[in-house]
Design a protein around this ligand. Sequence first.
Ligand code: PLP
Length: 387
Amino acid sequence: MKRIYLDYAATTPTHPDVVEAMLPYFSDSFGNPSSIYSYGQEAKGAVEKAREQVAALIGARDDEVVFTSGGTEADNSAIQGVALADPERNHIITSATEHHAVIETCRFLERRGFKVTYLPVDKEGLINPDDVRNTITEKTCLVSIMHANNEIGTIQPIKELAVIARGAGVLIHTDAVQTAGQIPVNVDDLGVDLLSISAHKLYGPKGVGALYIRKGTKLVPFMHGGGQERNRRGSTENVPGIVGFGKATEIARNVIAGEIERQTQLRNHLISGILEQIDGVRLNGHPTNRLPNNVNVSVDYVEGESMLLNLDLENICASTGSACSSSSLEASHVLLALGLTHEQAHSSLRFTVGKWTTDEDIDRVSEVLPRVVARLRAMSPLLKSHK
Ligand code: PLP
């Protein structure tokens, strides 16, 4: 039976052309980019070409892109880097639905005396821009709001939030890990000072990402060490990973328009297939202002984990929330922030489509899921206790 992978938001398979581009940088052009002899300079050239490719995806200048070990490090560097740069300002504004990479960094800073406001979202996951406006004080150093949510796909009005933040002299960071390569992301159009991206969400390798830092932004480096990345991030560059990241962004630029259209159709097809065939299902997240690849539903009286395991037996891979939290039994903080009960949050299922998803895959899920739900409901203690 063909395995159907519908968890592209957790990670994507590395594109074969990306793997091919990376291969020479393991054992042939393996030099350290800091070395001045030819091996080193070949590697350095490859890193700089990748920097141009990544910069082009987000409309940045090459020297505004700093390579990191992934989205988590980019988020940590942005938030801690700004927080430590100005001792006079100790207040950060973020949202209740951020990725753990942002929330846990903020909690870490709170334990060290910083004040953090976690703004609420409405029932579709949107921030109210007035809340940002009303929460900024003269002590605020940073607004950090994600571009789109990894669990529910809701896309935030970053452009509007950036006007508010920058108008008040406050820096704005956005976690664009789920949007770069999926929908247009342009740092000038969004008006942000800092932006995080990750290669493995856009058909690149794991363990590499980037932080965009607008020219002139004051930031304390997160990784202290050698003078790599113009003294902004110590450590010998992950040359093969960076080359693969660059190639992945180049491919993404070429296919993005067509993929948005194709994936939106697949997504809508799956949403209607689920909503029409199963009673007691709600779509989580914004109905239209959502990522082209994201479907997140709560299915009454059935646990997400049970659906997931039953789908796995049918060779279908989905998720019950973010990959990082799906191994714990805690209800998703994102779904709770939308106002869902713990029961509803525990009954959620996320499907994310991608480059290799076909119409046949969606047809199969639309055929299998109603069967799985009916079987689980027939033995559900949750349903019995509601009767
Ligand atoms: N931010 C968001 C929105 C994510 O979805 C993820 C990954 O799940 C990350 C940050 C972390 O990225 P990485 O896995 O590259 O550290």
